[in-house]
Design a protein around this ligand. Structure first.
Ligand code: HEC
Length: 503
């Protein structure tokens, strides 16, 4: 709500509604019982209004991460949304199938863009192959339940209702049919942007990102068809927390793109159904255009935006320096182990005035009682064990057993023994997954441990011939050969490390 007297581009102040009169009466009552300030403050005005409708059109819409184009008209119209609910299997992560319920075949459903004052006419079709009744409930609508009851429809039926887009902002829509949590946790959600009259300021890039949780019976990464786990949902312990409906929807070749110096705008929604998101893009500071979805200026900026389950925010920023920027839920075990990671790939030059990158690296030696790596470098029995204990065990654990879903085991690891060149490349350069070890997917990052060829040979020899692995020792020559012939692509790339594919 805008402060009284503030006027946004020809806003018409609506006449008092019956509900507002009731509120005024309530305030008067509060005044009578001693609450003076309520009595003396004027009734707040709003920017809500009923605009005259001219014509009709299909809603401007787009599938994530795309955003429907800005609206060019300067009048309100009847906007028609045709939405079909489908219950169908889809991909939650590579090799992981899930029984999605979707608006139109994607989770999130399409993002819609309407203008303040528009009359939104919704046609909801529940496909006859579906098992359940569904509805569509707009957080942007002003009316009982946002239209949940008005649109509630059995399989094989269609329903129609309409609502006025009275307030500008970014809002979620979702299925509120009972049990609503299950419907949202199955993929029935999406975003709708209600542009203010006069539209939004121009942005060079616009993307939509919707975060949500999936509660599968199988652990994160467990392959094959999965089922919904009510138990995990009740405990609010999702196996997956993802952007735009699946793991890696914004990663690798799906990374979002921008150029340095461009104004980037994210329309971010958190469908939940349970967790608050700590949305973050590493290396930018958001100019938060909209706090909780409203378009009221004056919100503070910051690098992390807390967005409640069911909330949305419009976030703008201008990346200055070229490179990859991680998009994450800053609740880090979620982003590292449950899927909320993506990449914004910014094309552009370095700007040393702003960010230098690494300018130097040197030994730091303030004096320590722990054995130092260079001293362990003397090749001989026990060296590999020493490196393992001082470097690798921090993550892979003292006896190499790892931590399920976080650090893969190096003990009894078929993955380790199966491909020696790959193991060498991993220890030489670190690793960014996903990988499958012992039937479990690990989708995390191992930093480059920074070892010499001798140290790599030593530690891998220790691992290959101990820890219940039955591999052969790794020789320094073998490591040197990999270093010489490897083109530096992912340690997991087929044939990498041999220069040419191995025969
Ligand atoms: C900071 C934590 C960390 C340290 C230290 C670390 N690793 Fe890793 N390592 C990981 C993670 C995480 C993965 C899985 C990466 C992924 O998900 O792709 C991994 C994967 C591996 C793999 C492939 C998977 C397997 O089970 O065979 C090997 C081999 C490996 N590490 C060896 C080592 C060795 C040898 C050292 C010590 C020189 C070491 N790591 C130190 C975190 C670490």
């Amino acid at each position: 709500m805008l402060p009284a007297g503030e006027n946004h581009g020809g806003t018409v102040t609506e006449p008092a509604l019956p509900g507002t009169l009731a509120l005024t009466a309530l305030l008067a009552l509060a005044g009578a019982t001693g609450c003076r300030s309520a009595e003396s403050s004027p009734r707040p005005t709003t920017t809500e209004s009923i605009d005259p409708i001219e014509g009709e059109e299909l809603a401007s819409q787009a599938i994530a991460p795309a955003v429907p184009a800005p609206l060019l008209r300067n009048h309100a119209t009847k906007v028609i949304l045709e939405v079909e609910v489908r219950e169908e299997r889809g991909t939650l992560a590579d090799g992981v199938e899930y029984p999605f319920w979707t608006y139109g075949g994607t989770a999130p459903g399409k993002m819609y863009r309407v203008r303040q004052g528009d009359l939104v006419e919704v046609h909801l079709h529940n496909h006859p192959d579906n098992a359940l009744a569904h509805d569509i409930d707009f957080d942007a609508a002003i009316g009982p339940g946002g239209g949940g009851d008005a649109s509630f429809v059995a399989p094989g039926y269609s329903t129609t209702f309409s609502w006025r887009a009275m307030r500008p902002g970014l809002f979620l829509y979702e299925c509120s049919a009972a049990p609503a949590g299950v419907h949202v946790a199955s993929g029935l959600f999406g975003l709708i942007l209600v542009e203010p009259r006069g539209g939004l300021p121009r942005a060079d890039r616009e993307y939509q990102i919707v975060q949500s949780e999936f509660y599968t019976e199988g652990r994160f990464g467990e392959r094959g068809p999965q089922r919904f786990s009510a138990e995990k949902a009740l405990k609010e312990q999702p196996e997956y927390v993802v952007f735009n409906g699946r793991v890696d929807s914004l990663a690798g070749s799906n990374a979002l793109k921008a150029r340095a110096g461009e104004r980037v705008r994210f329309y971010f929604g958190n469908a939940g159904p349970n967790l608050t998101s700590s949305f973050h893009v590493g290396g930018v500071i958001f100019d938060t255009l909209s706090g909780e979805g409203s378009l009221i200026p004056g919100q503070p900026d910051g690098p992390v935006k807390s967005v409640a389950a069911g909330g949305a925010a419009i976030l703008e920023f201008m990346p200055r320096v070229g490179g990859d920027y991680p998009i994450v839920d800053h609740a880090l075990f979620r982003s590292q182990n449950k899927g909320t990671t993506g990449t914004l790939r910014v094309e552009g030059a370095d700007d040393r005035m702003i960010f230098s990158g690494t300018t130097s690296q040197a030994v730091y030696s303030p004096g320590t009682t722990l054995p130092k790596l260079p001293e362990l470098g003397k090749v001989g029995s026990g060296t590999g064990a020493g490196i393992f204990a001082t470097v690798c065990a921090t993550c892979h654990q003292a006896s190499g057993q790892g931590i399920p879903r976080v650090f893969p085991p190096l003990r009894a690891s078929e993955f380790l023994v199966a491909d020696r060149a790959r193991a060498i490349r991993i220890v030489m350069s670190g690793l960014k997954g996903p990988i499958v070890v012992g039937g479990q997917t690990y989708s995390s990052t191992m930093p480059n441990p920074g070892l010499s060829d001798e140290q790599i040979a030593e530690v891998l020899t220790f691992e290959m011939t101990n820890l219940d692995n039955h591999g052969k020792p790794v020789l320094v020559d073998e490591v040197a050969r990999v270093r010489k012939t490897w083109d530096g692509t992912s340690p997991l790339a087929l044939g990498a490390g041999a220069g040419k594919p191995r025969r």
